[in-house]
Every structure is written in C-alpha cells, then in structure tokens.
Design a protein around this ligand. Structure first.
Ligand code: DC
Length: 238
C-alpha cells in the first residue's frame, strides 16, 4: 500500500552520513525541482528529544515505542516547502538540533520498533508532491523504488570546518584554544555517530549500487547542485 502511494509521485532520495552537507543540498535541490524537501532525521530527533524530556533509557526499545505512540508526531509543510515537525500540535523544530538531542537520537535510532513506528510517516508524507527525501535509509528502505538516488560524501576536515562555522555563527568568535578543543571533540563525536549509523544491524547507513555518488568537498555548492540537477533531469528524461 505504501509503495503505490509513493509510486504516484517522483521521489529523489539523498542519503549520507552526518555532516556531509546533504540537508543544504537537498533543500536547494528540492527548490530547483519545485519539490518538497523532507529531512527524515527530524522524526528520529523528535524521538531522541522525547527520550531526554521524559527520561526514557535510550536502550529501552519498548518504552521508546510506547512514547512514540503516546504523542502526536506530524510532518507539516512550512512556507519554504520544507517539512517541519509538529509534536502534539507544537512547532518543536528549534529544540531538535542541540548536541544532546543529536547524541540521544543516534542511540534511539538503532531500535527496530522505533524505526518501524516512523516508516509510514515517511512514506505517506505529502503524497501528492514531488519529494526530495533525505536521511540514512531513504534509497535502501523507505523509497527503494525511487528513480533517482544520491549518496553524499564529504571529507572529514570539511565536516569539522563547516560545523565550526555553525558554532561561530551561533556563539560569535572563539579563542584558538577553544577552537582546537572543539575540533578534537567534533572529530570524536563524528566518528562515534558515523560508526553507530553505519554499523547498526537495522537499516545501516550505506551506499547501495543504484545510488549516484556526490562528492561534496572542494567544490562550490553551486557546482555540486548543478551536477545533481543535471543527473535528475537525465534520469527522469526531462
Ligand atoms: O540527519 P540528522 O543529523 O538530522 O539525523 C539525526 C539522527 O537520526 C542520526 O543519528 C541518524 C538518524 N537517522 C536515521 O537513523 N535514519 C534516518 N532516515 C534519518 C536520520
């Protein structure tokens, strides 16, 4: 049933590990194509957020599934045609992108019951719209029939530099010592999250043979985006 819904519209999938820049690229790609952008990490982040808020142990699969069923988690379309999360009718987007929620999310996302609870929300989202679906298992599990699938990669130094820029944008300029400390801390965090995402038994973050590799280091965003748009056009024959 889910498949036939997705079949009625065009879905472009974008998968990759944390910090590869896939959200920025997916958003721009969706805009360029006139599609809706959906970052599915938001759904998992909502579960991580609830686990923290309600003090649920992150290894307690049953309690985590229960908390998902007790709350209303809905995807809604924002003015910029990106999906946002409503939790029990409240906009919670801004609360989902803290380091604590990121860490909790990567731990809760390993559980089968958590992943299963979120499948239909992803497949049934915005059924009448073209969709750029971004996450870790979009092309492998959620939309295996998608006609265009991307896998985004970025060198580690670029990931750390981009993350540092985000922190500076939020906190203002930082000292050299703090910068070094943050860089080391980020490298450890990136390794740990990537390892967990890649090695989990269920829906691991992997590139499948039908995904087109997009290298997102050492090139401008415009060049990378143009490459993606041209691949979509040639694959869809438009
Ligand atoms: O893309 P993101 O950083 O917002 O994702 C947050 C976490 O959710 C990350 O640890 C991986 C997990 N996730 C997942 O397991 N499957 C998805 N489709 C999307 C995200």
């Amino acid at each position: 049933m889910f498949m036939s819904m997705a079949d009625q519209r065009t879905v472009v999938t974008v998968d990759g590990l944390a910090g590869t820049g896939k959200t920025t690229l997916s958003k721009l790609l969706a805009k360029e194509l006139g599609f809706v952008h959906m970052s599915t990490g938001m759904l998992y982040r909502t579960v991580g957020y609830l686990a923290l808020k309600e003090s649920i142990p992150r290894d307690d699969e049953f309690e985590l599934a229960k908390v998902i069923s007790e709350h209303q988690i809905a995807l809604v379309l924002a003015d910029d045609r990106s999906a946002r999360i409503n939790l029990d009718g409240e906009e919670v987007f801004d609360l989902l992108y803290t380091p604590q929620v990121s860490e909790a999310t990567s731990e809760v996302a390993v559980h089968r019951k958590v992943r299963e609870s979120l499948v239909s929300a992803q497949r049934e989202a915005f059924p009448s719209e073209g969709l750029v679906a971004e996450g870790r298992d979009m092309g492998t599990v959620i939309f295996p029939e998608a006609p265009v699938k991307f896998w985004v990669e970025t060198e580690e130094d670029t990931k750390v530099a981009r993350r540092l820029q985000q922190i500076i944008a939020q906190e203002g300029e930082i000292s050299i010592e703090r910068r070094r400390e943050l860089e080391q801390q980020m490298q450890i965090e990136i390794h740990e999250r990537d390892r967990r995402d890649q090695e989990r038994g269920l829906a691991p973050t992997i590139r499948s043979d039908d995904m087109v590799l997009i290298e997102n280091s050492g090139r401008s965003i415009e060049v990378v985006l143009a490459e993606m748009v041209s691949i979509v056009h040639s694959k869809l024959g438009v």
